[in-house]
Design a protein around this ligand. Structure first.
Ligand code: NAP
Ligand code: F7E
Length: 370
């Protein structure tokens, strides 16, 4: 009986070791961001060993990983995209089968204030990761977080994989470089490298500076009496808004194909910023016109007017479809923020960003139009 039990133990140890050996390993750059957190959760559910890079900042920034309840299951490696050696270290330590390159200075507005830093991080950072892969192990698969911002104002909508690019910001110019360097490494060095051209995707984990979360958080603060107005910029801009947890699945699907390729990921529907605000206030039973004011500080020197994707290729080749559409997305975000503020005011403490974020009107920048 004892021998039988011992054998079982040996078997389970061998089984465990085999499983560890055969588990796929993924490295996510930018694991502390919106997509990084959802992708980590998704890959863990798929049985991956997940590694993620984070920046050493003066204040820890792990609230998203905590909110999706994966903080204790991911392996964290410090790395910065401006430091090639730290990227080499991350890839050496993680020994990944797949690298999901999500890290970037991702806020278009900030790219006008910091165009050089954005070029360095969001553009050249891609080459730094690809160079490490080329030098260390060309069998590592690579996903580049490309963006609908590449299309800019150059096209009729909807935009597809073959539509032309006309960037309208330092951010999108940097992403254009990242898009092409990904294709160049694919063709020149036979690296499995994909561009996911993702249209805007949002969630309760979205950064507070982006317009959708700024609105959902702003509505929640008005509901609980903390604010009286919500200052916004260009209300006419149209975006194709999807739900982030669904979009990270498309990243994984691209990496499971026989050949690397580029895919548009979108919902095929577009709404204006004003429509987002209207719906968000409606979810809270309020009339948006009483609260939204236009503040020219939030109007960009150049903006993208109309983005609406066509995800036909992703549907056909990846079998990917979005399920959460505009109305539901707005509802999810507004309800989540109202819920968080209510809990907070009732003394509950949990990791999230809003209580520590200053009103944007208090952030002083030189007028971008000067
Ligand atoms: P996000 O929330 O802004 O996350 C960006 C991540 O990059 C964070 O983890 C951030 O770390 C990290 N990062 C920034 N600068 C870095 C540096 N110098 N070195 C290392 N890491 C750095 O962005 P997201 O919405 O998850 O988007 C993920 C990626 O998809 C980005 O590349 C974005 O440009 C792209 N994209 C996003 C959308 C969208 O609608 N969300 C659409 C298309 C493409 P900290 O936490 O320390 O700041
Ligand atoms: O702006 C307008 C603003 O900052 C959307 C990033 O994830 O998606 C995101 O970039 C629109 C723009 O996102 C405010 O002018 C009006 O027309 O939420 P946003 P974005 O610029 O579309 C793409 C796909 C990415 O790749 C990026 O990484 O809303 N807008 N009033 C405003 N925008 C902000 N932020 N704040 C306002 O008050």
């Amino acid at each position: 009986m004892i021998r039988f039990a011992a054998n079982l133990n040996i078997l389970s140890v061998v089984d465990f070791q085999l499983r560890v050996i055969t588990m796929k390993r993924a490295l996510i750059t930018g694991i502390t961001g919106q997509d990084g957190a959802y992708l980590a959760k998704f890959l863990l559910k798929k049985g991956y060993q997940v590694f993620g890079t984070f920046r050493r900042t003066s204040t820890p920034n792990f609230w998203r990983l905590q909110e999706v309840e994966v903080f204790d299951q991911v392996n964290l490696i410090p790395a910065d995209l401006i430091d090639s050696a730290s990227i080499a270290e991350a890839i050496t330590v993680a020994e990944p089968d797949e690298v999901y390159h999500l890290a970037a200075q991702s806020f278009v507005g900030a790219s006008f204030e910091q165009p050089i830093g954005t070029g360095n991080v969001t553009g050249l950072g891609v080459t730094r990761v690809l160079e490490v892969i080329r030098l260390i192990n060309k069998d590592i698969k690579f996903y580049q977080a490309s963006t609908s911002e590449l299309y800019g104002n150059g096209n009729a909508h909807p935009q597809r994989e073959e539509s032309s690019f006309m960037p309208q910001s330092p951010y999108s110019a940097a992403k254009l470089y990242g898009y092409w360097i990904t294709r160049i490494y694919r063709e020149a060095y036979d690296i499995f490298a994909c561009n996911g051209v993702l249209f805007n995707h949002e969630s309760p984990l979205r950064g507070l500076e982006f317009v959708t979360r700024k609105i959902s958080n702003g509505v929640a603060r008005i509901v609980i009496g903390m604010d009286k107005t919500l200052p916004l910029g260009n209300l006419k801009a149209r975006r194709d808004w999807g739900y982030a947890p669904e979009y990270v699945e498309s990243m994984w699907l691209m990496m499971q194909q026989d050949t690397p390729d580029d895919y548009v990921i979108a919902t095929n529907e577009a709404c204006t910023v004003q429509e987002f605000a209207e719906k968000a206030f409606e979810v809270a039973g309020l009339n948006w016109e009483k609260y939204v004011i236009v503040d020219k500080r939030f109007i960009r020197p150049l903006d993208v007017n109309y983005l609406q994707g066509d995800y036909s290729k992703a549907r056909e080749k990846l079998g990917w479809e979005p399920k959460v559409k505009f109305d539901r997305l707005v509802e999810i975000m507004v309800k989540a923020d109202i819920d968080r503020w209510n809990k907070w005011l009732h003394g509950e403490r949990f990791p999230w960003d809003a209580p520590h974020y200053p009103a944007e009107t208090r952030i002083l920048t030189r007028s971008l139009r000067m």
